[in-house]
Ligand binder design. Structure first.
Ligand SMILES: C[S@@+](CC[C@H](N)C(=O)[O-])C[C@H]1O[C@@H](n2cnc3c(N)ncnc32)[C@H](O)[C@@H]1O
Ligand code: SF4
Length: 333
């Protein structure tokens, strides 16, 4: 049979874990396929050196190879071409962990009343560049393929862009950055574009006319709204997270209208949990009150044709609370 060679396209990596031994992952898009033994045999042979024309490959293997080529996972190549070493199969000693949240600093420039990270006192501190590199090497060892960066305020870390560059070098996808938005400059956005990374910005915004008070810092509401517009103009996706309690629930509908203007792709609303600085806060919102606000808002959202995705933390309890109120238990006879 005629010789035939193929190699994995450069964004595809072969990875395995103790519970899921054979997968192929696209580190840029997050696409991920579990492989069976035949699929893995073919994928591992897409190395530019193995001859698919040899007797070692049966028709069923050639069918799989053709499918990989059709799906853009592999491509035909000349004999002797090679894949990068990072694409070659690596089996981690742990079970599958697709992604992690990495708090790259415990420090922050704001003083949110509810911060579960205790960031206003900075008591969790910050890792040095060397320590961050050690953590990065652990991620590589554990075959982590995607990371969300958070903090504290991640942009307080002066070497954040350097760290993002290192993630790309290791072919770990930066999915999103959780940020208060106040430290994001045009230069940062330009540098991210130049690095060809496309994270979603998950920005905290606690409500029109309410944000400064929730975040303990006067004058930042306008700054965050400007940052969201700037990030959208630079072509990055924005998802907004709003923490609500008794002090800002009144602003929910106005904030919803603002979100429509800002062209975000998702909005999440939730009650702060009693953790860190959030412990001992006395302005927590009763579930019933939150449920009613959600119902009113969802009504408007449906009427508007669902302009963005919407998520309510505790939505199951909310639905249950509302439904229980509407359908009280019938007395047993
Ligand atoms: C800890 S912050 C880190 C990222 C960034 N500094 C920010 O505020 O967006 C991540 C998210 O957790 C939310 N958060 C903080 N304390 C919380 C709490 N006690 N319960 C629920 N969410 C909380 C913040 O409002 C923010 O949306
Ligand atoms: S919630 Fe975010 S912005 Fe607020 S203090 Fe905590 S880390 Fe900083």
């Amino acid at each position: 049979m005629e010789s035939r060679y193929a190699k994995l396209k450069e964004d595809w990596l072969l990875k395995g874990w103790t519970d899921v031994p054979w997968t192929i992952v696209n580190w840029k898009s997050g696409d991920y396929h579990r492989l069976n033994q035949d699929g893995f045999y073919v994928a591992q042979s897409c190395d530019g050196r193995t001859d698919f024309g040899s007797l070692a490959f049966l028709p069923k293997h050639i069918t799989i190879l053709n499918r990989f080529i059709d799906q853009g996972i592999a491509e035909e190549c000349k004999a002797g071409e090679s894949v990068q070493s990072v694409q070659e199969y690596r089996l981690a000693k742990n079970t599958l962990i697709k992604g992690i949240h990495w708090a790259v600093t415990g420090r922050c420039n704001l003083k949110c009343r509810h911060c579960y990270m205790d960031a206003p006192s900075g008591q969790l501190g910050e890792l040095t560049d060397g320590e961050l590199e050690i953590v990065l090497n652990y991620l590589v060892e554990a075959n982590i393929t995607s990371v969300s960066l958070t903090g504290g305020e991640p942009f307080m870390n002066k070497n954040l862009l350097g760290l993002i560059g290192r993630l790309s070098e290791k072919k770990i996808r930066l999915v999103d950055i959780y940020t208060n938005g106040t430290l994001i400059s045009d230069t940062i956005l330009q540098e991210l574009r130049a690095m060809h990374v496309q994270p979603i910005f998950r920005i905290s915004f606690d409500g029109c006319g309410a944000h400064d008070q929730m975040r303990g810092t006067p004058g930042i509401e306008a700054k965050v709204l400007r940052a969201i517009s700037k990030i959208r103009s630079a072509g990055f996706g924005v998802s907004v997270t709003t923490s609500i309690d008794k002090t800002n629930i009144h602003s929910l509908m106005t904030t919803y209208e603002k979100m429509k203007e800002l062209d975000i792709y998702a909005w999440g609303v939730g009650r702060p949990q009693p953790v860190g600085c959030g412990r001992g806060i006395t302005t927590g919102l009763p579930l019933e009150e939150m449920a009613l606000s959600c119902i009113n808002l969802l009504q408007r959202w449906f009427e508007d044709g669902r302009p963005f995705m919407i998520g309510w933390r505790l939505s199951i309890q909310i639905a249950k609370t509302v439904l229980l109120a509407r359908h009280p238990r019938r007395p047993r006879t």
